[in-house]
Design a protein around this ligand. Structure first.
Ligand SMILES: [Zn+2]
Length: 764
């Protein structure tokens, strides 16, 4: 959709930007051959497969066929501009792709209109380019079937780059990909007239439908006259016009009549390619960010024209549609449906199965044979830049290499946090004085209320509890744990139970630390069905994710950062000495938190396994394929699915050792339980593969002047490798961090400074 009147608005506001170069269009062209005197126009249709409100599939089929019948009968060379995001409707994606193919088969050349119909004015260049690149995956494959490629790009809302410099940068970017910009000269406000037409149609009010159609054809005639007049005033000659229409029911029902308006005026239909040979499609002296070329030239030549007026009742109907409505409900999908939708977005029809941990005789049984564990022994080098140069100093790491690694993790592994996540306002719900073992503590229950004014249907509250020693003489260090919430009556299985003796909280208190519990599922569910809800769903206004959108791990890490924001404001906390701890899936989240937020001073990463500290390139226990399945994919970015088919683990641009390297130089403790023996956690988490990743992260710690594990030899159980900033220890217990807390605190004591908390006397 476009708003041609925006052009006039911009015109009046006068966003003036001067471009270079002048040329005398009138003189050279007015003396051209008589062909130029003919009335010619190229047709373009935007927002394929459907402009305007979503209709059911059957109506969409009828609309498409009607439009294409008329185009073919009248032999009109046409280019149709696609928004591929419109293809991804649950259960309709294949049908919608088939409709797009129908356009191509009818001889309509397909072009790119960005993936999600984003406006350039409000989108950073890099992001706009991403949306362009994402915008033609299906289009490319459809056109390939007839041996062709898309070559035209239409700016959504006709919005060009905010400055000519930005526009030129974008144009050279798309030019490298075989594209050029498709401007327009005439539009007929069809996107606006559509509102009145659909309202009448919904009421079966055929009389009003007829009236709207007649007024629409009259308006089209006026727009053509206007275009001719402006061209004559500006250039002294007719120009090769480009008409903008939209793929909607108004046009489908009126297409023959619309064509007749042009033929009655003596127009001949030409291709967009031919139209673009007219020299008016070059940049004038003064730049206005619009692809409406008559508007652009009028502005440049300081001329104003009165454009046709849309009938009042039609404008009113449209304005009514623009009023904020109660938000559309978020899309309800099961994890399986959402997973399938993501595969469709990625063009993937099947994935390799994950490893089966339960049946050693199955064809995809988990491998526990070390001899078969390393099919891809060569890891990406954290200290080699993408241009092949070695990283030899800390500055190159911080300025160049680290951002490259972060970008790869963002795009392919954990997904991107949206540019503008909503504000979080922290409120203290209650403060109480309590006793924990031998210590008096102040316990604050907190809630982080996420601003949901952009989509009030989804409410998100972050649940955090903070406990600090009551008798502390100053701000204290705090360990944040990602907390599990167990259903009432739930009993921890063997191996999960805390060891006898002081709890981890009491161990922290003894050293003068506080502790906090952050509930990840309070702001992002631990399942795929929850991806259209929680903080991810709120940012997407209840709609499914795009392939590089964040998954739950990144969302949980975001929540930890917001909790740290709060701690920075709490006078009882020394926010420069805050650590993060988690177990299992929350061990993965703890590692992601450490890697992404450098304010965290220390990390305690418990049994994180695949998607955490374990190398993706390992065939041992849990695999990439398990993470990509419908039970776990929500932890990751959608793009991650590609590496479980069609791509392989070896195609991953980064691996777990680089995630650990992102934590450098801050102290990072990687913890596991026993792989075998009574009460062990087993081998599914791949302790050795995680140790290998930590070893491979070592060079980055050393580059930054720190000590790594100090050995590449897998240690015996209960051997603490804690002399450097990178630490590793397997305790004798199960799937818990419990038995490793004393070792972690010994390690942490070198970095985190605290005053031991006095023990309560029996009198208190
Ligand atoms: Zn559009």
């Amino acid at each position: 959709m476009i708003n041609r009147r925006h052009t006039l608005l911009l015109f009046l506001v006068g966003e003036i930007l001067i471009s270079s170069g002048t040329f005398g269009l009138e003189r050279t062209q007015s003396q051209s051959e008589p062909l130029q005197q003919q009335k010619v126009i190229a047709f373009t249709i935007d927002d394929l497969p459907l402009n305007g409100p979503r209709t059911d599939l059957e109506r969409l089929r009828v609309m498409t066929s009607k439009t294409l019948d008329s185009i073919q009968r009248n032999k009109i060379p046409t280019v149709g501009f696609v928004n591929e995001s419109l293809l991804y409707v649950p259960n309709e994606t294949d049908a919608r792709i088939a409709l797009l193919r129908q356009w191509a088969k009818a001889g309509v050349e397909l072009g790119n209109h960005t993936f999600a119909h984003v406006g350039f004015k409000d989108t950073p260049l890099a992001q706009y380019q991403d949306d362009f690149v994402r915008g033609d995956a299906v289009t490319q494959s459809i056109m390939k079937e007839s041996g062709s490629k898309p070559r035209y790009f239409r700016h959504p809302f006709l919005q060009m780059g905010p400055t000519l410099e930005q526009e030129k940068r974008f144009e050279s970017f798309i030019s490298e990909r075989g594209y050029k910009i498709a401007p327009i000269t005439i539009g007929n406000m069809d996107w606006m007239v559509l509102s009145a037409y659909l309202k009448a149609r919904a009421m079966n009010d055929t009389a009003t439908m007829t009236r709207v159609s007649e007024d629409y054809l009259k308006l089209t005639e006026e727009e053509i006259d206007y275009g001719e007049k402006v061209a004559k005033e500006l250039f002294g000659r007719p120009v090769k016009h480009i008409m903008l229409l939209h793929a909607n029911e108004l046009n489908a029902d009126n297409f023959d009549a619309l064509v007749k308006v042009f033929t009655d005026k003596g127009y001949r239909f030409i291709s967009l390619e031919e139209a673009l040979t007219d020299p008016i499609y070059q940049y004038p002296d003064k730049y206005l960010p619009t692809s409406d070329w008559l508007g652009l030239w009028s502005f440049s030549k300081d001329k104003k024209f009165d454009s046709p007026v849309v009938p009042e009742y039609i404008r009113k109907a449209w304005e009514e549609d623009q009023k904020p409505k109660p938000a559309s409900p978020s899309t309800e999908l099961t994890a399986e449906q959402d997973h399938k939708l993501m595969m469709q977005q990625l063009g993937i029809s099947s994935l390799r199965p994950g490893a089966n941990p339960n049946n050693p005789n199955s064809s995809n049984a988990a491998n526990y044979d070390e001899a078969k564990a390393n099919p891809y022994p060569n890891l990406p080098d954290p200290l080699t830049l993408k241009n092949g140069k070695k990283v030899k100093d800390a500055q190159t790491w911080w300025k160049k290499r680290r951002p490259e690694i972060v970008e790869d993790f963002d795009r392919e592994i954990y997904g991107r946090v949206p540019l503008n996540t909503p504000k979080v306002t922290w409120k203290v719900v209650s403060t109480s004085r309590e006793k924990n073992g031998d210590f008096a503590v102040v316990v604050k229950k907190l809630v982080g209320q996420v601003d949901n004014s952009s989509y009030p249907d989804i409410k998100v509250d972050i649940d955090l509890t903070l406990a600090t020693p009551e008798q502390a003489t100053g701000p204290v260090p705090v360990m944040i744990e990602f907390g599990f919430v167990f259903p009432p009556g739930f009993r921890l299985p063997a191996g999960f139970q805390p060891p006898p003796g002081p709890t981890w909280q009491q161990q922290l208190l003894a050293k003068g630390w506080g502790y906090a519990s952050l509930i990840p599922t309070s702001f992002q569910a631990d399942n795929g069905a929850g991806l259209t809800k929680g903080i991810i769903g709120l940012c997407n206004k209840g709609q499914p994710r795009k392939p590089d959108d964040w998954g739950s791990l990144r969302a949980w890490a975001w929540g930890a950062s917001r909790a740290l924001d709060y701690l920075e404001t709490d006078k009882s906390v020394d926010a420069k000495q805050v650590g993060i701890e988690g177990l299992s899936r929350y061990g993965k989240a703890a590692l992601v938190t450490m890697a992404y937020d450098q304010r965290f001073a220390i990390g305690f990463i418990g049994s994180s396994g695949a998607g955490g500290a374990k190398l993706f390139r390992r065939n041992f226990g849990e695999l990439v394929e398990n993470l990509a399945g419908s039970g776990e994919y929500h932890w990751m970015a959608g793009n991650f699915l590609k590496y479980a088919g069609p791509l392989t683990w070896n195609d991953l641009p980064v691996d777990a050792h680089e995630l650990i390297a992102l934590c450098a130089p801050r102290p990072t403790f990687i913890s596991y339980g026993a792989s075998s023996g009574p009460g062990a956690e087993g081998q599914w988490v791949d302790q050795r593969g995680s140790f290998m990743a930590a070893v491979a992260a070592g060079p980055v710690f050393r580059l930054l002047g720190k000590k790594d594990l100090g050995t590449a030899e897998f240690p015996q159980i209960e051997t603490a490798l804690i002399t450097g900033e990178l630490a590793f220890r397997q305790h004798k217990g199960g799937h818990t961090t419990g038995p490793n807390w004393p070792t972690f605190l010994e390690f942490a004591g070198r970095y985190i400074k605290s005053v031991p908390t006095p023990v309560l006397s029996s009198a208190q």
